[in-house]
Ligand binder design. Structure first.
Ligand code: PBG
Length: 309
């Protein structure tokens, strides 16, 4: 009766990895309990999410290696794995939301989120142009929410303008506004097949984890450029950022409990150091308490089942 915060399945966004083929489930070793699914099985996961009351999926493709290039052009192919997954899910389960990642890392041969110069610096402006094309391709395939995770400057405004011009006026933008260059993304990079490819690190475009005020500037820019909602990432180690963003901007703030955070909980459970259900529910409620409107979590389906009792 006196609880200040509640967690419900409607607070959860479920990230799903898609892969080629049909009838394929590929477990991800560093993300125990999480698999890549071929499009047909991703549709089954979408039905499961809908039945559990989860309002939205976040999709990520494991692009076949032969389609990865220096310029990541497969991201703009309207028939790529991602677009096929969006279309199949929206056809079969129209009432589930589909959030799509805009960044080139699942499509580049070097694993970076954009094009890079000879010194390994990401090329901001040419990358932003490609990201606009990627966003339009995803919107045309049926994406409900475009989520740029690349951290290029100016891309939210460019995407918003192009979506409006393209008639996608109801497509939302959830900006990965405060995304840190984090050591917690390792298992995700395994899941999308970019870990072994990645040269160097992403510190020239993702944020320094020493900075909090910079996060507020990043959020202000993305909102001014037309983002509907913003995200903080990673999650649990950055709840101070969530709280500051929520208090300053009063917009829906989401957080991503990223792959390394999921893996830590699973490792604790495997080591007998903690109990899964309690760890999952406590961490997810902490996001709500900090001010999140919702959380992207690999534990979404499990948590929704627990919440259903
Ligand atoms: C791609 C992207 C990443 C994640 C989401 N989108 C990885 C990265 O920036 O290297 C990480 C999610 C996770 O670790 O669960 N731009």
């Amino acid at each position: 009766m006196v609880a200040e915060t509640v967690l419900t399945p409607a607070d959860l966004i479920w990230p799903l990895f898609v892969t080629s083929g049909s009838g394929v489930e590929e477990p991800i070793a560093t993300l125990p309990g999480v698999s890549r699914w071929s499009v047909d099985l991703a549709v089954a996961r979408a039905r499961e999410a809908r039945d559990l009351g989860i309002p939205c999926l976040a999709l990520f493709p494991n692009t076949p290696p032969e389609l990865r290039t220096a310029d990541g052009r497969e991201a703009l192919n309207p028939d790529n794995l991602m677009c096929r997954a969006i279309g199949a899910i929206k056809d079969a389960v129209p009432d589930i939301g589909v959030l799509t990642d805009v960044a080139l890392d699942p499509y580049t041969a070097h694993g970076h989120d954009g094009l890079v110069d000879a010194a390994g610096y990401v090329l901001n402006d040419v990358t932003a142009e490609l990201l606009v094309g990627q966003a339009l391709t995803q919107a045309a395939a049926g994406a409900d929410i475009i989520a740029p995770s690349d951290m290029m400057d100016g891309r939210v405004g460019a995407i918003r303008t192009a979506l409006e011009a393209g008639g996608h006026v109801n497509v939302q933008i959830m900006a990965y506004a405060a995304k840190y260059a984090s050591a917690f993304y390792g298992p995700f990079r395994d899941a999308v097949g970019s870990r072994g490819l990645l040269k160097g690190d992403k510190k020239t475009y993702q944020m320094d984890h020493a900075n909090a005020e910079e996060a507020l500037r990043e959020v202000a820019l993305d909102l001014a450029e037309g983002a509907d909602t913003v995200m903080v990432k990673p999650g649990l180690p950055y709840l101070d950022i969530v709280r500051r963003v929520k208090e300053r901007f009063e917009v829906p703030v989401f957080a991503y409990q990223v792959s390394g955070e999921y893996a830590m909980i699973e490792a604790a459970v495997a080591a007998g150091a903690g109990e899964r259900d309690a760890l999952v529910l406590e961490t997810l409620l902490a996001f709500k308490r900090a001010g999140c409107a919702g959380v992207l979590t690999y534990h979404a389906a499990h948590a929704a089942r627990l919440l259903a009792g």
